[in-house]
Each structure stands twice: as structure tokens, then as C-alpha cells.
Write a protein that binds this ligand. Structure first.
Ligand code: PMP
Length: 344
């Protein structure tokens, strides 16, 4: 139970109810009113706390899970962290099968949070018994009393946002929201939030953000899987090389694609202008908003909510490292290195 005096029984009472904060500088010259939903205010610092808690609680309610049982997922990202956090508090084992491409930092972070991490070779195909998908599936079949979260295909991922993110935004904007801009990875955030918002007002515009190199936008437009759309890109957490079952394409009005480079510069710009230290995909979502604004898509009285899924601290060795930016060639066109360090 949340309490007025800010004293809580445990960390899980702090999941959700994240703040909506006006973008005062970055959007000051744009037509419309822009607000960021700061998901880094969740205790695990990302929107994934919502699905981790919801999916686990649903399994408990169905009697599938009891203390000591095992939670299994294939991710080294935010979902892994949130699952590990919820597992510690509720007394479950957390087993994560991750790709050998995952950075040592991420693996250490998950281990710190008590997860058992299986590092699986990145170069094998998805149906190879050594792939992280197959390892997770095998562990699930072998471990009695285990739950496989399977966030890309789990409808409870959508449900978590339908029950929390959507109602929060509706209430915070007093029903005045006209547009939602959100990155789409599993699609759970945008689909669940859109479902709730469209039930309140079907005219709300739902705009998904996709990466160049991902199939999602093209699939939305044609309902065909076009392999030619797929190529490597750097932003983690949005876009995909498969069609996630946790995306309800009918609820999304359009997708906007953004580049790695623009998104990285925009993330850094948000930190410098708004003082918000947010993740790479927050830069991507804001970049999409800026592109739409350039096309005069927003009117003076529009109220646009953009989801900022996580915190910048998770990207210190990437977007917020001048060396990384330089290595990617991102400083070639814009020279915006971090503020100078003065050595005494
Ligand atoms: N941004 C980040 C940093 C993420 O980790 C994710 C989740 N993959 C997303 C955006 C997209 O959220 P969703 O999976 O709900 O579409």
C-alpha cells in the first residue's frame, strides 16, 4: 500500500505512478505542448518494472508461482534488471539467458541483482540448442515451477501498460492528451497505453518510433515481413528483426523511423537543455517528435506525451561517452562533445 508519508512496505510499492514533466526548452519553439513520462522514476529505473511485476503477480494469482520458484527470461536489458529486482523482493530465483554480445557491465549488473546468468553464443541461429532462446526454453521445461516471461509474445506485457501507464497518462493530462509518442520494442508499452487511451478517446494519435534496420514500420504499413528492411543498428530497445506478438499494430496510427546518430545527439541534447539524464531511446522518441514537428504535424493546443523509458546511467559507455560517439563517426557532422574537463 502506498502511504502519504512516503514510507513503504517494500520497493515494489514504488512501481508505476511516474511523473509527467513538461519539456520546457527542447520544444519551446515548437507548436504544441510536450510532456515526458519519466519511466526512470520506477525503482528499477525503467518502464520494465511494470511488466516484471505484473507478469509475476498474474502467475502468482493463477497459482503457477510460489516462493522459491524460478523466473526465466532472455534479456540482458531493462527487463532482466526488473525481473531480478522483483525476484529478490518476492523470493524467486531469476535465470537470464543472454547473448555473448551483452556487455560485461550489464552481466555484472544482473549478477549483482542476484540473477543467474547463462551467457549464450551470439553467432548461432535462433533454433540452435545453444542460442539464448533455446537455452531459456530448455531451462523452462527442465525446472519445475518455473515461469518463462517471453516478453515479446506475452499478452500480459500489453496488459501491464493497459492497467497502469495508460490510466496514469489519462489522469495526468486530465484527458487532454492528443498524441502519444513511444518507442516500440516488444510493443507492450505503446500497445497497452494506446488501448487504454483510445478507449477513452479514439481520436488520440498513437505514434510509434522504429529504427532504421528494423521491420516494424514496414510491417505496420504492408502487413508483410520484409527481410530487406533488416540490417544492424546501434540503439537498443526499439525495433526488431521479427514481428512481436506483444504489438497490437491496429492500435498504432503510424510509425516514424529515426537514425542512431540523430537519436544519440538528441539524447545528449535533452541532458543539456532539460537536465534530464535519460536513455538512448528517449533520444529516439524525442527525435521522432522533432521530425513530426518539422512536418507541422502539431497544433498550438495539442498535448503530446512522449515516453522516456529509462535512465541515462545505463548508457555511460555508449551515447554518453565522447569516445564511443567519436568511434561511431557521430561527431563528424556535429561537434558536440561533452563539457570540457579541466585538469589541474
Ligand atoms: N526503450 C528501452 C530502453 C527499452 O528497453 C525498451 C524495451 N525493449 C523500449 C524502449 C520499448 O518498450 P517496449 O518493449 O514496451 O516496446
Amino acid at each position: 500500500m502506498k502511504q502519504d508519508n512516503q514510507v513503504f512496505d517494500n520497493l515494489l510499492d514504488l512501481v508505476g505512478n511516474t511523473p509527467l514533466v513538461k519539456l520546457n526548452k527542447i520544444a519551446s519553439k515548437l507548436k504544441g505542448n510536450f510532456y515526458a513520462k519519466l519511466e526512470s522514476f520506477n525503482p528499477g529505473h525503467s518502464s520494465k518494472d511494470r511488466i516484471a511485476l505484473h507478469i509475476i503477480e498474474q502467475a502468482e494469482a493463477q497459482g503457477i508461482l510460489s516462493p522459491g520458484d524460478t523466473i526465466i527470461e532472455t534479456t540482458s536489458g531493462n527487463t532482466g534488471f526488473s525481473l531480478a529486482m522483483v525476484s529478490i523482493i518476492k523470493g524467486y530465483e531469476c535465470v537470464l539467458a543472454v547473448s555473448s554480445k551483452s556487455s560485461p557491465d550489464k552481466i555484472d549488473m544482473l549478477k549483482t541483482m542476484g540473477a543467474k546468468v547463462y551467457v549464450c553464443p551470439a553467432h548461432v541461429s535462433a533454433d540452435d540448442p545453444r542460442s539464448y532462446y533455446e537455452v531459456a526454453k530448455r531451462l523452462h521445461s527442465e525446472i519445475k515451477g518455473s515461469v518463462y516471461i517471453n516478453q515479446y509474445f506475452n499478452q500480459l506485457n500489453i496488459d501491464a501498460h493497459y492497467k497502469s501507464t495508460g490510466p496514469e497518462i489519462w489522469k495526468q493530462t486530465e484527458g487532454k492528451i492528443t498524441h502519444l509518442v513511444a518507442c516500440s520494442g516488444t510493443g507492450g508499452t505503446i500497445s497497452g497505453t494506446a488501448k487504454y487511451l483510445k478507449e477513452q478517446n479514439p481520436n488520440i494519435n498513437i505514434i510509434g518510433v522504429d529504427a532504421f534496420g528494423s521491420v516494424i514500420k514496414k510491417y505496420h504499413e504492408t502487413r508483410e515481413f520484409d527481410e530487406k528492411e533488416i540490417y544492424p543498428y546501434r540503439i537498443e530497445g526499439l525495433g526488431k528483426n521479427l514481428i512481436p506478438g506483444a504489438t497490437d499494430f491496429d492500435l498504432i496510427d503510424e510509425f516514424v523511423k529515426v537514425t542512431d546518430e540523430d537519436s544519440a545527439h538528441t539524447a545528449r541534447h535533452i541532458a543539456r537543455t532539460e537536465g534530464m539524464f535519460v536513455g538512448y531511446t528517449s533520444g529516439a522518441a524525442t527525435q521522432a517528435l522533432l521530425q513530426l514537428s518539422e512536418q507541422e504535424r502539431f497544433k498550438e493546443n495539442d498535448l503530446v506525451v512522449v515516453i522516456y523509458p529509462d535512465h541515462g546511467a545505463r548508457y555511460m559507455s555508449k551515447v554518453y561517452s565522447d569516445k564511443w560517439m567519436e568511434d561511431q563517426g557521430f561527431f563528424d557532422s556535429i561537434n558536440e562533445a561533452s563539457a570540457e574537463t579541466i585538469q589541474y
